[in-house]
Ligand binder design. Structure first.
Ligand code: SAH
Ligand code: SF4
Ligand code: F3S
Length: 431
């Protein structure tokens, strides 16, 4: 048996793709190894979302090449979004890379790898029908299972590389999804997270996302349902209603807004205004009282004036996000916005980024502090990393909580605990 080592970068969908690769390669004569030094195949599953992501990967490739030195039979390759983004250029620029496979070429990978030390190859064909619905992933053991329910994206926000590297939007058959959910429940998982770049645009054979949530809600053994990332424009009344009516759908949503300025949202081609987004938040709060919201923010988009940036800060205060991922705009070759001059210098981008982060930290801490003294329901995952004798898990609102171990509490348990301390990122439960 040959062994394969995979290192994963980027979003949850890439992590899920790595599980898919392990499943597929596992059934085709490869065993998984955690040690690149001894692996026959070394694979980086890459991300292209920002320049920084690509630079990190190039740096890491250097280390791996040194590891491969003197072992000519080892095949070193790149999969995922950056592989798709830079394609053949990658082979020219990095002659030590043996293969490049895009996100739609994983089915062919065992065949392409061929014999030890096989010829170099590039397979970056995008396939608008590929969903890997019939390929069972090999998951990490745990209490939360991630299931990719749709692939690709058709939105083409002007800053974003995803539609170019992941191809057109397509959904998996609902039956294939429910098979996976039942398997997760049978394997002891308690929570399922549905994944897609515009996850709520899910549609297959007349089953839409609202229907998918309702049917998932009735699967025994699964106690919590989440999904990420929904697009505000696809948040239909039916989806909001289903979220409200399905008791297992958690009161938590990651709802990327990107900017609080209508001018910037329009040039990003996000498809909604600030007013529409705020109205959506109101409707979600009515349907799911106490829902925790998080978001993604980009600062320094071309044309973003100080007043636009202030509007973003103001919207973030108005919505009162529990948390946020915040980024400096990064120009991506091939996108529409890449043709526009950058108008915000890097120093100013950094200043804006620090300002949104500082505001959000304060807000997150304030929201979490209000939980001190209350009881929260925690799905226990396992030992806490930095606290001996403590366990870690997530609350219904997807907040990290640590609690003292003992009392026979095992991973997979759902326990009610009292919050005694809180920071912007963690709740601490008393013994
Ligand atoms: N499909 C999701 C976003 C996936 S990418 C959605 O539409 O909400 C995750 C986040 O990366 C985006 O929400 C955005 O905030 C950020 N991002 C994407 N492209 C970027 C770029 N070129 N520069 C900076 N941040 C970017
Ligand atoms: Fe990118 Fe926009 Fe698609 Fe999200 S919806 S993946 S930001 S193009
Ligand atoms: Fe990155 Fe691709 Fe995900 S670009 S964020 S790994 S879809």
């Amino acid at each position: 048996m040959r062994s394969v080592y995979i290192e994963t970068y980027g979003c949850q969908m890439n992590i899920a793709d790595t599980e898919l690769l392990f499943g597929h390669l596992g059934r085709n004569g490869y065993q998984r190894t955690a040690d690149p030094q001894s692996a026959d195949v070394i694979l980086l599953n890459t991300c292209a979302i920002r320049e920084h992501a690509e630079e990190r990967i190039i740096g890491r490739l250097g280390d791996l090449v040194r590891m491969k030195n003197g072992r000519p039979d080892v095949q070193l390759g790149i999969a995922g979004c950056m592989a798709q983004h830079v394609r053949d250029k990658l082979m020219d620029r990095l002659p030590f890379v043996d293969f490049v496979v895009g996100p739609d070429a994983y089915r062919r990978l065992p065949e392409l790898l061929g014999e030890p030390g096989g010829d170099p190859f590039v397979d970056v064909r995008l396939d608008k029908a590929e969903t890997y619905a019939d390929i069972a992933p090999r998951r990490e053991a745990g209490v939360r299972g991630w299931i990719t329910i749709m692939r690709g994206c058709d939105k083409f926000c002007t800053f974003c590389i995803v539609p170019f590297v992941r191809g057109r939007e397509r959904s998996l058959p609902a039956t294939a999804i429910f098979d996976q959910v039942r398997q997760l429940a049978a394997d002891g998982y308690r929570e399922v997270v549905y994944l897609g770049q515009t996850v709520n645009a899910y549609r297959h054979d007349g089953v839409d996302f609202a229907e998918l949530l309702r049917r998932t809600n009735s699967i025994d053994g699964i106690e919590r349902i989440r999904f990420t990332s929904p697009h505000p424009s696809d948040m239909s009344a039916a989806v909001i209603e289903a979220m409200g009516q399905c008791d297992k759908v958690c009161p938590q949503l990651h709802l990327p807004v990107q900017s609080g300025s209508n001018r910037v949202l329009a040039s990003m081609e996000r498809g909604y205004s600030v007013e529409q987004y705020v109205d959506l938040v109101d409707r979600l709060r009515k349907a799911k009282p106490g829902i925790a919201l998080s978001t993604d923010i980009i600062v320094g988009f071309p044309g973003e004036e100080e007043s636009d940036f202030e509007a973003t800060l103001s919207l973030m205060r108005q919505v009162g996000y529990d948390s946020a991922f915040m980024f400096k705009y990064s120009q991506r070759e091939g996108t529409k916005a890449a043709k526009w001059d950058e108008t915000v210098g890097d120093e100013e981008k950094s200043r804006r980024l620090q300002a949104v982060i500082a505001q959000q930290e304060e807000q997150s801490a304030a929201i979490n502090r209000k939980l001190i003294g209350s009881t929260v329901e925690v799905l226990v995952e396992g030992p806490a990393r930095r606290r001996d004798g403590w366990l870690v898990g997530k609350t219904l609102h997807f907040k990290t909580a640590v609690l003292p171990a003992g009392g026979g509490i095992a991973p997979g348990a759902v326990v009610d605990v009292r919050v005694s301390e809180a920071t912007a990122h963690t709740l601490v439960a008393s013994a």
